[in-house]
Design a protein around this ligand. Structure first.
Ligand code: 5MM
Length: 334
């Protein structure tokens, strides 16, 4: 089994490349489509995926794609199933396996659903070509959150999920997202992210999850979206790497950030800046959804005649983020 997992990591962790998160569930895809005035039908979600996943040169920058369940069974305009479209360009298909969030306490904190029946679903997904998976836990920052209770529960669930995925011969992406929403300071975010990551790695260790075959998808250490005097690019990069160095073991092969509501330009600049801080113990890259897809969606507007322009916009962002993984991006490339 280790050889299988090793091969998946080798295909996913590639210098200059990153992961695309295209795993928006039906509701989230609906929000993205609504932002360009397009109705949320199954066919329009297929066309949206087709626009992104068949962009020319896709495999040059994207080593893996996190898909949503229905996309595994959808076909591109060419008639080829999306997992096969990806395989053809050397990109690894993956699948989101959590089943969304559930509010559990009076602070409105949430845990992630999906452990029940996970093993059976993993076997089903594997048959469709998926070789890695993703599970997202979320944490809010306020005076009283994230609570110790939620940090503990989410860490335990992430670890159980990761263990099961490796037992089924796939690589787990572990995604603890400290939400950017709110007026909190970067100090508060640093404190919360440190606690969350520490708990996650303690739990992974307790479950004997093999870290060398696991990918971390964290949020950056950043000021709240509505904070006054938000921290600048350098500070975000420095604080993020400081927290990661203190909490993430060196055996982990790759850290692929989520963008979490940052603008596409911010997400690229932050990643780039991290690579100016000297050698890092892991590969550090992206697993963005919005920060990679937003400009393409805007250019597309659901219209066939805009397909080429939209794909060009997607590839431009993918290329810039590829450069950022090597510290070779600069603002004047925008
Ligand atoms: C945090 O969301 C993940 C990364 O996306 P961003 O880079 O836009 O922050 C993403 O993979 C997320 O899990 C999917 O968009 C699916 O979200 P839902 O809420 O539909 O499960």
């Amino acid at each position: 089994m280790s050889e299988v997992l090793k091969g998946i990591i080798k295909d996913m962790v590639v210098p200059g490349k990153g992961i695309l998160a295209a795993d928006e569930s039906v509701g989230t895809a609906g929000k993205r489509l609504a932002s360009i005035g397009v109705e949320n039908t199954e066919e329009m979600r297929r066309q949206y995926r087709n626009m992104i996943l068949t962009a020319p040169d896709f495999g040059k920058y994207i080593s893996g794609v996190i898909l949503f369940e229905e996309t595994l069974a959808h076909k591109a305009d060419s008639g080829t199933l999306f997992p096969d479209v990806l395989k053809k360009v050397g990109t690894v298909p993956g699948i989101k396996v959590d089943q969304g969030l559930q509010e559990v306490n009076e602070k409105k904190e949430q845990v992630t659903k999906g452990l029940e029946g996970l093993g059976e679903r993993l076997e089903k997904y594997k048959k469709t070509g998926a070789r890695f998976t993703k599970w997202r836990a979320v944490y809010t920052i306020s005076e009283s959150t994230p609570s110790d209770e939620i940090i503990k529960q989410n860490a335990a669930d992430l670890a159980k999920y990761a263990k099961s995925v490796q037992e089924h011969g796939m690589v787990p992406i572990v995604e603890p997202e400290v939400l950017i929403d709110g007026t909190h300071s970067i100090d508060q975010c640093e404190k919360a992210t440190s606690k969350v990551l520490k708990a996650v790695f303690d739990a992974l260790k307790k479950e004997n999850v093999k870290l060398e075959y696991t990918i971390l998808k964290p949020s950056m250490v950043i000021s709240g979206k509505e904070a006054e005097n938000g921290a600048g690019v350098k500070e975000v990069a420095q604080r993020t790497i400081k927290v990661l160095k203190a909490t993430v073991p060196k055996e982990l092969p790759s850290i692929n950030f989520l963008s979490g509501g940052q603008t596409p330009e911010e997400a690229t600049a932050h990643l780039n800046e991290m690579h100016k801080l000297g050698e890092l113990p892991w590969y550090v890259s992206f697993s963005y959804a919005r920060a990679l897809q937003e400009p393409a969606l805007k250019a597309w507007k659901g219209k066939k005649e805009n397909l080429a322009a939209a794909q060009k916009a997607f590839i431009q962002r993918a290329r810039l983020n590829g450069l950022a993984t090597q510290g070779k991006y600069s603002e004047d490339m925008e």
